[in-house]
Design a protein around this ligand. Structure first.
Ligand code: SAH
Length: 217
């Protein structure tokens, strides 16, 4: 999936990449290319297609949202993907972030608690030709022990703290990126597992819908 396809929304995507991502500091060329490629308009409800590349999150049904393009890029860049990684995503939602991960990593395992969203995202990604994604329905705060270890873990909904289960399922030198904090707004955190400890980097403030689960809200 390397081609930049003219599908009626290519100009919107290229403008999104230039004005919302590159000029705001997103540098990883693979992330910029993936965001230019993935047809974001196919991940929002049909009546919102014209707004798909706008600089804000959009509703995707079931009270959930597809994240703002900049946030997707920022979190993906922080994962430092080179194409060899096995990634766990918590919060499949529309599957947009999942598709970006599938473009940039070896393998993606994505967990969603709302079955209909998982099913729709699965259909969307298979019709787009992705074959390296496994869709699971359940509570992602527990991770997926039978698929661990993961080289990268990303949560696309907010957590009060990073669940121990996720820390335990992260490979050595692996990275977790997640919005951590209160229900209103959070700090985007990047944790790198190094030896017996964790290095923590704060990436700024953000606003996500809450994770609902055993280690969530
Ligand atoms: N990455 C998504 C945005 C998802 S919004 C996209 O690009 O569209 C966050 C998602 O997390 C919602 O779909 C919500 O249902 C899901 N979620 C909330 N709690 C969860 C949990 N414990 N396990 C898995 N998914 C969860």
């Amino acid at each position: 999936m390397n081609e930049l396809r003219e599908d009626g929304f290519l100009k919107e995507r290229l403008d999104m990449v230039e004005y919302q991502l590159r000029r705001r500091g997103i540098r990883d060329p693979r992330v910029l290319a993936a965001m230019a490629r993935v047809p974001r308009h196919l991940f929002v409800p049909p009546q919102l297609r014209g707004e798909a590349c706008a600089d804000y999150p959009l509703p995707i049904g079931a009270g959930q949202t597809i994240s703002q393009p900049y946030i997707v890029a920022r979190m993906t860049e922080a994962l430092e993907l080179n194409g060899t990684e096995k990634v766990l995503e918590i919060g499949t939602g529309s599957g947009y972030q999942t598709a970006i991960l599938a473009e940039l990593a070896r393998e993606v395992c994505t967990v969603e608690r709302i079955p209909e969203l998982s099913e729709e995202a699965g259909e969307r990604l298979s019709s787009l030709g992705y074959t390296n994604v496994r869709f699971l329905v359940g509570d992602g705060t527990l991770g997926v022990p039978e698929e661990a270890p993961f080289d990268r873990i990303i949560a696309t909904a907010s957590l009060p703290r990073i669940p121990n289960a996720l820390l335990a399922q992260l490979a050595d030198y692996g990275i977790i990126v997640a919005p951590i904090g209160g229900r209103g707004f959070q700090r985007l955190l990047k944790l790198r597992k190094s030896g017996d400890g964790f290095e923590e980097i704060e990436l700024g403030e953000c606003r996500f819908v809450p994770i609902i689960g055993k280690e969530g809200w």
